[in-house]
Write a new protein. Structure first.
Length: 418
């Protein structure tokens, strides 16, 4: 197949920094972080890994590697695989089989884009898959001098758990050796990175920073009023899926255990997958008729539910600084979380949250009973949490720091080029 080059024509801001992001284009985390630069007059593009595409109305210029027959706006989207060919593959059900087995075309396209556009900064969003993918391209096509490499590690298993696997450990060490800057959303990941060979000078000046770039605290806080205890009895469970960082079955069991004490209420279960949906159907009908289970929904809809919710339920096995925690704090929803080191660093049990371990249904059930019946706890926590999230996760305060960070890194690359 012939690799197509599309540079979108002239840059919107000639002479200003060029930043190429690489990561999951379907992720709201990706959109939220990149949107920090929306008014910074920087030339920003995203190279999407093959798992998805961004929403059509998202204005950032994006290179699409997902096999799709959809027609895209050529002003903001460039597509690796021609529509007519992909339409045929999709019709025959072959696209996933063919393109899941090789990244040859994607790697070559990324290398050609970098050679032609010459970004000042190449920012990989997460270790898996973005950083490993780019590192392979970087080595294979001799791109080590092509832009400062910024790596952003995700909370949860991205670094903390995968470093334990022998087949990943050397790969992670290689990333730590090659990258120019590292960004993390918790202190623990910075410590892990140093232990894996990262030079201290590569620690980002941003320090510990939310992976989404923070929360629009004022906007969220202005969208609700009155004590949260007076809201309708709604429990929001935003991560109703199975993965290494969290298990859903104990939460279903907890809901059954607590139901007599927490009803009447509604439970919204989001981001579900087929496995969790199967367990959902094991709930008694008297519970299911008060539940809503959905797959991924737009972040705007999640936030609409958050400001209506009395409780935000998010027990986990591994996490960074949870964005759902920050959103709940700004929205006035009471968080139920697990007592992980990355979380206890920020909040206190019975002051800001209630703690419940993910694998213990009775602990989750007890937290649900308390949160749904103790009005004083919920209302006092809402006041304290709004103050806390303003200090640690306010997007309006984080944005200028992030813009300055990219300005500085781009200037360093400019001096290197000259």
């Amino acid at each position: 197949m012939k690799i197509l080059i599309d540079d979108f024509g002239e840059d919107l801001y000639p002479g200003r920094p060029k930043i190429l992001f690489i990561g999951l284009a379907e992720s709201t985390h990706t959109h939220s972080w990149i949107d920090l630069l929306g008014h910074a007059e920087m030339n920003v593009r995203l190279f999407a890994t093959p798992s998805g595409s961004p929403p059509g109305n998202w204005p950032v210029r994006t290179y699409i590697t997902q096999a799709t027959a959809l027609k895209l706006d050529s002003r903001t989207r460039a597509k690796l695989y021609p529509s007519n060919r992909m339409a045929k593959f999709l019709k025959q059900g072959l696209a996933r089989l063919i393109f899941a087995s090789t990244s040859e075309f994607e790697e070559r396209w990324l290398a050609q884009i970098i050679h032609r556009w010459r970004p000042d900064v190449i920012h990989t969003l997460g270790l898996e898959p973005a950083s490993y993918f780019y590192m392979n391209v970087r080595d294979r096509f001799e791109l080590r001098r092509s832009g400062k490499w910024v790596v952003q590690v995700r909370g949860g298993p991205d670094l903390a758990l995968f470093q334990l696997l022998p087949e990943y450990s050397n790969r992670i060490k290689n990333v730590m050796h090659q990258c120019d800057q590292l960004i993390a959303d918790n202190e623990q990941n910075y410590e892990y990175a140093l232990g894996l060979g990262l030079n201290k000078v590569k620690l980002s000046s941003l320090g510990v920073i939310p992976g989404t770039g923070g929360v629009d605290v004022i906007q969220l806080a202005q969208s609700w009023s009155g004590p949260p205890s007076k809201r309708k009895r709604l429990i929001l469970w935003p991560k109703a899926y199975e993965c290494p960082q969290g298990k859903a079955l104990p939460v279903f069991e907890a809901i059954k255990l607590a139901w007599d004490k927490i009803q009447p209420c509604e439970v919204w279960m989001l981001a579900s997958i087929p496995e969790t949906e199967m367990w959902y159907w094991t709930l008694p009908e008297e519970i299911r008729c008060h539940c809503h289970i959905q797959e991924r929904i737009p972040r705007e809809k999640v936030l609409e539910l958050m400001v209506q919710a009395r409780v935000m339920l998010a027990p986990s096995l591994a996490d960074g600084t949870p964005n759902t925690m920050l959103e709940a704090m700004a929205a006035g929803a009471f968080p139920i979380l697990s007592p992980l080191e990355t979380i206890t660093h920020w909040v206190e049990n019975e002051r800001n949250v209630l703690f419940a371990r993910n694998l213990y249904p009775e602990e989750i059930a007890q937290a649900l009973r308390r949160a749904m019946t103790d009005d004083t706890l919920v209302d006092r926590a809402a006041e304290k949490n709004l103050e806390l999230v303003t200090n640690i996760g306010d997007r309006s305060k984080i944005r200028p720091r992030v813009v300055e960070f990219y300005e500085t890194v781009a200037k360093e690359q400019g001096r290197k080029k000259s």
